[in-house]
Design a protein around this ligand. Structure first.
Ligand SMILES: Nc1nc2c(c(=O)[nH]1)N(C=O)[C@@H](CNc1ccc(C(=O)N[C@@H](CCC(=O)O)C(=O)O)cc1)CN2
Ligand SMILES: Nc1nc2c(ncn2[C@@H]2O[C@H](COP(=O)(O)OP(=O)(O)OP(=O)(O)O)[C@@H](O)[C@H]2O)c(=O)[nH]1
Ligand SMILES: [Mg+2]
Length: 459
């Protein structure tokens, strides 16, 4: 890939929209589009950051292909940092494709997925963690996930990383001076200084990592598993919460045979809700597999919704399950309240030992509000509301931060054990490099290609 040629792609979703945009970026963007544009002025003559009305015309036949606006944007104040022309035409698949083909026939190359953002990175307008956050914005499924990704696009994480790396540069400079001028005999002082600063850096990395779980949850959804005996109303609950009819509901116990997942936004909180097969001892082989899967789904759960049928007396299975879910954040749901009650609330309270209990009738919709409120409360009390915080949401960033943290702890340990300062400096430098990789300083081409290929075409 030549980073300096001119590339083009359709930037809007394919399909019938009212407007479609073709982006062209690179040193020749303006003259290339000018060859197929007819308007009041040549695009090569218009001011930067202007919107120009005209037509895209096939210069060979003179045929007008589309009526357009062309935004002309001179480098460097553009998305890619290069010269950009955005051709805004009528939506619809045929016209856009014809305009794109003309642009490609007049000197541009089709952009690879993510290439516009890659150019923004290569031109230094954004750093790597900001570029990756653009992917997250495109993919985020809920308001909160979107906010998190946007804050990263705006460079919050990068800012934190930069100031940590600055601190490490100062630590290394200190060490350097001490090694270069041994006659001053300040080794002890420097060692103490490095230990103190190193602890601060490690603590700050810890804080970023603590936020990482939150970031993962916001991006991928809080893994919420509905568990309970057959026929208590689990699938009905999934349908009610996701406002769909995805799960099959019947009055036959054992209806759900496999795991069903649905991404929903509950009061802005992303939940990845998982409906499971009712758990019971069973002779049916197929269902046995389902039951096994439910157990393992529960093992990975961030939240368990444990459901019992209040119209039937509790059985040994209920009690066994209750004992099993106790290790997870759980909300106990007593369902079928519209039917005569056969389970005493008192009895449940004793068994549930302080677990939140919500009473519902999924059939009538009663109690669902309370259930939503309970989930929200449990979630927010986990520290999610600190919206000011910087969240790390990307597995690559988490791995690098963990590596950096280990390296800094090694530096501290070496200093405490009285190792020579040049050895300590090696660990500090390693940490400095690991954190640098988060924002894309000194990363190889392979990694860049892998990151940017995750984008959509035209981004
Ligand atoms: N038509 C259109 N809409 C779009 C985009 C686009 O590329 N084209 N974007 C694409 O994803 C998003 C907007 N993101 C952008 C981010 C930076 C710059 C930009 O030109 N930055 C320059 C100059 C800023 C300024 O003028 O102050 C810079 O940071 O140097 C443009 C768009 C969403 N909407
Ligand atoms: N009366 C009443 N019936 C309900 C309620 N919730 C669910 N049901 C009914 O209970 C039956 C079982 O519901 P499902 O949602 O399939 O139960 P499940 O827990 O998914 O069952 P399995 O998939 O077999 O484990 C269906 O006939 C539902 O219509 C409720 O609140 N009240
Ligand atoms: Mg079911």
């Amino acid at each position: 890939m030549n980073h300096f040629d001119t590339v083009a792609a359709i930037a809007t979703a394919l399909g019938e929209g009212s407007i479609a945009i073709i982006r062209v970026s690179g040193s020749e963007a303006i003259p290339i589009v000018d060859k197929i544009y007819r308007g009041r002025q040549r695009l090569t003559a218009v001011d930067s950051h202007t919107f120009n009305y005209g037509h895209i015309v096939d210069p060979e036949t003179g045929e007008a292909v589309d009526e357009v606006f062309c935004a002309v944007l001179h480098a460097p104040r553009t998305y890619t940092g290069e010269h950009v022309v955005e051709i805004q035409g009528h939506g619809g698949i045929v016209a856009v494709q014809r305009v794109l083909r003309l642009v490609l026939n007049h000197g541009a190359r089709l952009a690879e997925p993510g290439e516009f953002t890659k150019r923004a990175f290569l031109s230094g307008r954004i750093d790597l963690s900001q570029a990756e956050a653009v992917i997250d914005v495109i993919r985020s499924k809920t308001d909160m996930a979107m906010k998190l990704a946007m804050s990263q696009v705006e460079g919050q994480l990068s800012g934190k990383i930069r100031s940590l790396r600055q601190k490490m540069v100062e630590m290394m400079a200190h060490i350097e001076v001490t090694i270069d001028y041994p006659e001053h005999d300040v080794e002890d002082v420097t060692t103490q200084h490095v230990i103190a600063e190193g602890r601060q850096v490690a603590a700050e990395i810890d804080r970023l990592l603590a936020g990482a779980t939150t970031g993962k949850i916001l991006r991928e959804g809080l893994k919420t598993v509905i568990i309970g005996k057959p026929n208590v109303g689990k699938s009905s609950l999934l349908n009610a919460l996701s406002r769909s009819n995805r799960a099959i509901v019947t009055d036959i116990p054992g209806t759900t045979r496999d795991i069903l997942e649905e991404m929903i936004s509950l009061r802005g909180i992303p939940l990845n809700i998982i409906d499971t097969a009712g758990i019971r001892e069973t002779e049916d082989v197929v269902e046995k597999i389902g039951v096994e899967r439910s157990r393992s789904a529960m093992n990975q759960a961030d939240l368990v919704l444990f459901m019992v049928d209040a119209s039937r007396p509790l059985e040994a299975v209920d009690q066994e399950l209750l004992a099993a879910v106790r290790h997870y954040p759980t909300i106990l749901i007593q369902n079928k309240l519209d039917l005569p009650r056969r389970v005493e609330l008192q009895e449940l309270r004793q068994l549930a030992e302080g677990m939140q209990i919500v009473e519902t009738s999924v059939a009538t919709g009663e109690g669902l509000e309370q259930l939503e409120a309970a989930v929200e409360e449990l979630f927010l009390s986990g520290g999610i509301e600190g919206k000011e915080g910087t969240y790390v949401s990307n597995a690559r960033h988490v791995a690098l931060l963990e590596k950096g943290r280990r390296e800094m702890l090694e530096a501290i340990q070496s200093a405490e054990l009285g190792m020579t300062l040049d050895l300590v400096a090696v660990d500090v430098k390693n940490c400095w490099m690991s954190l640098g990789e988060v924002i894309g300083e000194a990363v190889g081409d392979d990694l860049l290609d892998q990151i940017f290929s995750q984008f959509c075409l035209g981004k």
